[in-house]
Design a protein around this ligand. Structure first.
Ligand code: GLU
Length: 303
């Protein structure tokens, strides 16, 4: 498989240091191998996505010297591809409508289920007789579409986190508002764009078994996975806006200083080194030495 990489931000706010650092790792992984690098805008959620955040995110990446080989694609413009994948899953008899409200899903998920992980959907609507489901659709009840995962156990080898396995529950591929779910879109796009190495935040590691299940069902290749540990704020919690200095715009310093901090966090530069642009890091970069631990910014957060 190729080493082609991508960064796939959701344009729901400015990029935080975690996102910028993950983007840098994704870019270095691809470029160090002379591979292509793409940016994909994951703007499927119309309520949360904003064009101005997209522009700001792209501008921030450029400030760090991260470049890409083709104009960024927007998921909101690719729904026909996702609909095709849904049709394919439907033909395989793998989909069912789920009428559960959020509260019902929460309730169902909190009951103990022998083999499913905590918080998993136990397949309640998957057991509805077809005639009942058809009647409810006819009477206009709202429904999401779930894939029957058959409680399959899926394990993969992450380049940084090691072996990760999980029993996959019946997850949503089309939301009740008709929006295609992230799990589906990401799988379709990574395959369509020829991505060989998925680099993203470690907060998404638990999504990967679901995505691998979809790849297998849809007959798509499984890329390599690198889940990058997050950047933590001074309190040891995931970096948040209230920490200040979390985004490029909030940092009262040139982008090169933030780049140097990120490079330092990856073991690529001395603490107060100067790094003008990402390509200066390419020679030294070794995927094997990316830290496996979260990076905690203390005083260094405030420039
Ligand atoms: N759009 C997701 C996010 O911003 C990342 C998805 C991915 O890289 O697979 O968290």
């Amino acid at each position: 498989m190729s080493a082609d990489g991508r960064f796939a931000p959701s344009p729901t706010g400015p990029l935080h240091l975690s996102g910028l650092r993950t983007a840098l790792v994704a870019w270095l992984m691809a470029r160090a191998q002379g591979a292509r690098f793409l940016v994909r805008i994951e703007d499927l959620d119309p309520q949360r996505s904003r064009r101005e955040f997209e522009e700001q995110q792209l501008a921030d990446l450029r400030m760090l010297g991260i470049n890409w080989d083709a104009p960024p694609v927007r998921q909101s413009e690719r729904t026909a591809l996702y609909a095709e994948a849904v049709a394919q899953l439907h033909e395989m008899g793998r989909l069912y409508p789920c009428f559960c409200t959020r509260a019902e899903v929460r309730e169902a998920a909190s009951a103990p289920h022998s083999e499913l992980p905590e918080g998993a959907y136990p397949g309640t609507c998957g057991r509805l007789p077809a005639a009942v489901a058809a009647r409810r659709i006819e009477q206009g009840d709202r429904f999401a579409v779930r894939v029957r995962a058959q409680a399959e156990q899926i394990t993969f080898e992450d380049r940084l986190l090691g072996r990760f396995g999980q029993v996959v529950d019946d997850f949503v591929v089309v939301r009740a508002d008709g929006v295609h779910a992230y799990q589906l879109a990401v799988v379709v796009d990574d395959a369509a764009q020829g991505i060989g190495e998925v680099v993203r935040g470690a907060d998404l590691v638990a999504s990967t078994p679901r995505q691998i299940l979809l790849q297998r069902l849809l007959g798509l290749p499984t890329p390599g996975y690198t889940h990058v540990p997050l950047v933590l704020g001074p309190s040891g919690e995931r970096l948040a806006k209230r920490d200040g200095g979390a985004t490029l715009a909030d940092r009262d310093e040139p982008a090169s200083a933030t780049l140097a901090l990120l490079a330092h966090s990856l073991g690529l530069a001395a603490e107060r080194a100067h790094v003008n642009t990402a390509s200066e890091l390419l020679n030294e970069f070794d995927p094997e030495s990316i830290p496996r631990m979260e990076f905690k910014v203390d005083e260094a957060l405030q420039p």
